[in-house]
Design a protein around this ligand. Structure first.
Ligand code: FES
Length: 166
């Protein structure tokens, strides 16, 4: 079904929960502690379509002072210090949480730790690869995807990723 489609160029990031659920994320109102989002496309008949049918599409949107974003973050895929990743751990698929003490994403299942300021590279625990970064731009008051995930999300092999990206 269309709500299971991967994030794609032109999708608007909308709040996944909270008082503003379904509304476009306000790029001015973000901090390091991530805001949960889903990509929203237009369906065939032009109605907004929130792509919440695939758990990999749950996104974490964090904003840092721009100078704090370092390699291997794909800096060209960030805007105004805003970085976006899939929330789903690359080990066994649990949603990760924020850990304020060192500003990292911590997986509650087996203590995988990712650094969102460094491309969500793995800095602790068993995850085999970084959380996939979603390339974005800021346009007016909205955050827009400029493509799909830069690397395969959880459960997608390198081979399947070619098809996933279509
Ligand atoms: Fe995240 Fe195992 S599922 S560390």
């Amino acid at each position: 079904t269309p709500d299971k489609l991967p994030p794609a160029e032109g999708d608007i990031l909308v709040y996944a929960d909270g008082a503003q659920v379904g509304k476009p994320i306000d790029p001015k109102n973000l901090e390091p502690q991530p805001t949960r989002a889903y990509p929203q496309a237009k369906s065939g008949d032009g109605q907004p379509l929130v792509k919440s049918g695939d758990t990999n599409n749950l996104l974490l949107v964090s904003k840092f002072p721009e100078a704090q974003l370092k390699e291997p973050t794909d800096l060209e895929s960030t805007a105004q210090g805003i970085v976006v990743y899939s929330a789903i751990c690359q080990h066994l698929g649990c949603p990760v949480n924020w850990r304020n003490v060192d500003q990292t994403y911590l997986c509650p299942c087996h203590s995988g730790v990712y650094d969102p300021k460094q491309g969500c590279k793995v800095i602790g625990g068993p995850p085999p690869r970084p959380l996939p970064q979603l390339p974005i731009k800021v346009e007016g008051d909205q955050i827009i995807a400029t493509g799909t995930f830069l690397i395969p999300p959880y459960g997608i092999s390198e081979t399947d990723f070619e098809e996933y990206k279509e």
